[in-house]
Design a protein around this ligand. Structure first.
Ligand code: ACO
Length: 712
């Protein structure tokens, strides 16, 4: 059945409240009251079996009495009645249902939640919730929530998985003087997820910034696809709870969501251009700033200060939040020379010294704001006898209002009561003034993150097509089908090697020897030193059974190793059918890295990269991406790990072939995305050599499944 247009959720012609109560203390009463007081102009249909009136509005005894086509139906009756009510609505027809009731998957009641979704799919309507506090949409002045009644319209859309936090956030928006375009409580996300809402909010003119509180992701692949698009239009700020193991468990019991690995979530959000905040306070400050700041014209900011110390703190903060400082000394002298006293500094931070008055500040800000080479202004100040609250307030207000649409500006002042009062009053007027330079600069940093997204070229399609044109996927699938007919869920080394060959990932030269004569012949052909590995369909972990010997330097060592391997395998795996031994070139001189990919339950194809050995095992220095992505993103991925400088060459070593690593990352991504049966692949180690010399996949593990898309 065709799904209804999501615009009717935000802008319904009518709203029906099932469970609209006559009792003031009940949720069903509160929602109706908020809808009426919020100024909603559409038709309101309260439904309650006792009929009558609530606050002068006619109450219908049953939805069968309603003749209109229903756009939005709010359900506020206990969970045990919800399925029946949904069935009734199914008979009548509706576009959207917002189910307030708790008592579904979050407490293990999956059966009824699934039943509701089943009916919705069958009847062609969509479900928000269950376990929600409702929806506010400024577009239609609709406050169908049981939260605060007085919400200020504005540019921030909030999507929240937590009800209580969401309601509290509404209160906080008031304190921060932050206008809101929509607040949507999504609760258990049985049907409608963030992705559905983002698709609408991305194009809704009133929404300037989207803020999401997420506990667990459902249908991550779709979320990634949508986020990549949305973040090229509007900033998306995310808070994800359940970072720690205990937090993840708490989140699971809160909304019944599986949160998945936080490392994967974090890397993928970065890939999508989402701005991830650590705390709600930080996220809300960012949203408030992002909703009103103009886009910078370039990456370079200038710090204006009356104190060296606070300037240094700000410089550190700029590094932390990725803000570049305008550093052309000649230009800085030209721009600020006339406002910086002799004993001050026109270097960035521009120090107009402790003798700076408010008018000196005004002039310095004017100079910076009117210069085209400066992208943003960070204005800081410490209280002095010359810089007092009242005057400062008037002055900041004046310059801010003059340049607010032209250049991003943030302010932070530090001082006593007068300064704090001035800051509070300026903040109340929506001016981005903060008590601490770090907060100010983190807000500007969030804007620069968005600026980076806007300027990012995504060439996924081009990259993937160019790879797919050169890879014979069908040949790889044939290999896999052979393994599956033998009831194996993994590929043997020579099969995995063939897969590598098909995608063009180099592997060490190797041959399979079936007897001692061949062992010697092939070792000499390949050239010493060589590696020897047992080949058997019954042995996956070759080292564990003494089936591997490395660095064999001559004929005698090869003979000895062959006999030892055969003995070990016969003793430890007497049932195993032995095909022979693989004789391979012993690869030396590279840096060990790991590249892997898997079909993730939440995000679909996910690629992993890290440096091998202790870096991955102890430091957990790995990064992830949702596939597909382009070459540029592949380079970002490689540069993102902490041990990246090792690849650039340390202690006199030369730079490693990073281009070839990115090539392998993309090819491994192609394998999990386009070869249905591959569910997990890991190259460990991938030896990467000096720049220009490429890399070689030493050990390749491929896990397969006949029907990987079946429900796990
Ligand atoms: N059709 C229409 N009305 C009905 C029906 C029906 N089929 N069945 C019952 N009603 C009426 C009742 O008669 C009652 O009206 P009355 O008060 O005038 O007699 C009204 O609907 C409400 O029913 P109650 O049984 O009184 O239920 P109550 O209002 O106490 O609770 C609620 C319902 C709010 C849905 C509750 O079950 C619930 O789930 N509460 C939790 C909500 C929640 O926390 N959501 C999560 C997110 S928000 C957060 O976390 C802060």
């Amino acid at each position: 059945m065709k799904e209804p247009d999501i615009k009717y959720l935000f802008n319904p012609k009518n709203v029906t409240i099932i469970g609209a109560s006559h009792h003031k203390e009940k949720i069903g009463y509160k929602i109706l009251e908020n809808i009426v007081n919020g100024g909603y102009k559409g038709d309101i249909y309260p439904v309650n079996p006792s009929g009558g009136e609530i606050n002068g509005i006619k109450v219908y005894k049953s939805i069968s009495e309603l003749t209109d086509e229903l756009d939005l139906v709010i359900i506020s009756v206990p969970a045990k009645y919800v399925v029946e009510v949904v069935k009734e609505i199914g008979e009548k027809g509706a576009k959207f249902l917002a189910i307030i009731s708790s008592g579904f998957s979050e407490v293990g009641n999956l059966k009824e939640e699934r039943e509701i979704v089943r009916i919705a799919k069958e009847k062609g309507f969509r479900i928000l919730g269950p376990n929600i506090f409702g929806i506010y949409s400024s577009e239609s002045s609709l406050n169908a929530t049981f939260g605060p009644s007085n919400i200020t319209p504005g540019g921030v859309a909030i999507i929240t998985q937590s009800g209580a936090l969401g309601i509290a956030m509404i209160g906080k928006t008031k304190v921060l003087n932050m206008g809101v375009s929509a607040i949507i409580s999504i609760g258990n996300k049985a049907d409608i997820t963030e992705a559905d809402l983002l698709e609408y909010l991305a194009y809704q003119p009133i929404t300037k910034v989207i803020f999401m509180y997420i506990e667990g992701v459902k249908n991550g692949e779709k979320l990634v696809e949508v986020l990549k698009k949305v973040t090229t239009k509007k900033p998306v700020v995310v808070i994800k709870a359940g970072k720690s193991k205990r937090g993840a468990m708490a989140a699971a019991s809160h909304t019944g969501a599986l949160s998945g690995s936080d490392e994967i979530f974090s890397s993928i959000m970065r890939q999508c251009g989402v701005i991830r905040a650590e705390s709600i306070e930080e996220a809300m400050e960012w949203c408030r700033f992002l909703a009103s700041a103009p886009m910078p014209k370039n990456r370079e900011a200038v710090i204006i200060t009356n104190g060296g110390g606070i300037g240094v703190i700000a410089t550190d903060a700029c590094e932390k939040y990725g803000i570049e400082l305008f550093s052309d000394l000649k230009s800085l002298r030209e721009i600020f020379g006339s406002v910086v006293p002799e004993f001050g500094s026109f270097k960035n931070p521009v120090d107009i010294t402790g003798q700076a008055t408010v008018s000196a500040y005004e002039k310095a800000i004017e100079k910076g704001a009117e210069n085209q080479d400066i992208g943003a202004i960070i204005c800081l100040g410490c209280e002095t006898a010359l810089l007092k609250g009242e005057e400062l307030k008037a002055s900041i207000k004046k310059v801010y209002n003059r340049y607010r649409d032209i250049k991003p500006m943030v302010f932070a002042f530090f001082g006593g009561e007068g300064i704090e009062e001035a800051i509070l009053q300026l903040r109340n007027e929506g001016i981005p003034v903060y008590f601490d330079p770090y907060t100010a600069i983190s807000c500007l940093g969030s804007l620069y993150k968005h600026y980076t997204n806007l300027n990012k070229n995504r060439e996924e399609y081009k990259t993937i097509t160019s790879y797919l044109e050169r890879i014979d996927i069908e040949k790889i699938r044939e290999l896999i089908r052979n393994a599956l007919t033998e009831k194996r869920n993994f590929l043997l080394p020579y099969e995995a090697k063939e897969v590598m060959k098909q995608v063009g990932i180099p592997t060490p030269q190797s041959l399979i020897a079936k007897n001692l004569k061949e062992v010697i012949e092939f070792s000499e052909k390949i050239g010493y030193p060589v590696v020897m590995k047992i080949v058997s369909k019954d042995i996956i972990h070759k080292s564990d059974v003494g089936g591997v010997a490395v660095n064999l330097e001559n004929k005698d060592e090869v003979i000895e190793a062959y006999e030892a391997i055969m003995h070990n395998v016969r003793v430890r795996c007497p049932e195993a059918k032995i095909i022979g031994v693989e004789i391979a070139e012993m690869v030396k001189g590279g840096t060990e890295i790991i590249v892997g990919a898997r079909k993730d339950n939440i995000f679909g194809p996910v690629v992993m990269f890290g440096l091998g050995g202790i870096y991955v095992e102890i430091m957990k220095d790995v990064t992830f991406r949702s596939f597909p992505f382009d070459r540029e993103e592949g380079f970002h991925m490689v540069k993102e790990i902490h041990s990246y400088p090792i690849l650039l060459g340390v202690r006199g070593e030369k730079k490693k072939d990073i281009y070839s690593i990115v090539d392998v990352i993309l090819k491994v991504g192609i394998l999990v995305k386009y070869v249905d049966e591959i569910i997990d692949i890991e190259i460990n180690p991938l030896m990467v050599f000096e720049h220009g010399l490429g890399c070689k996949a030493i050990d390749v593990r491929v896990i397969i499944e006949e029907n990987p898309f079946k429900e796990r």
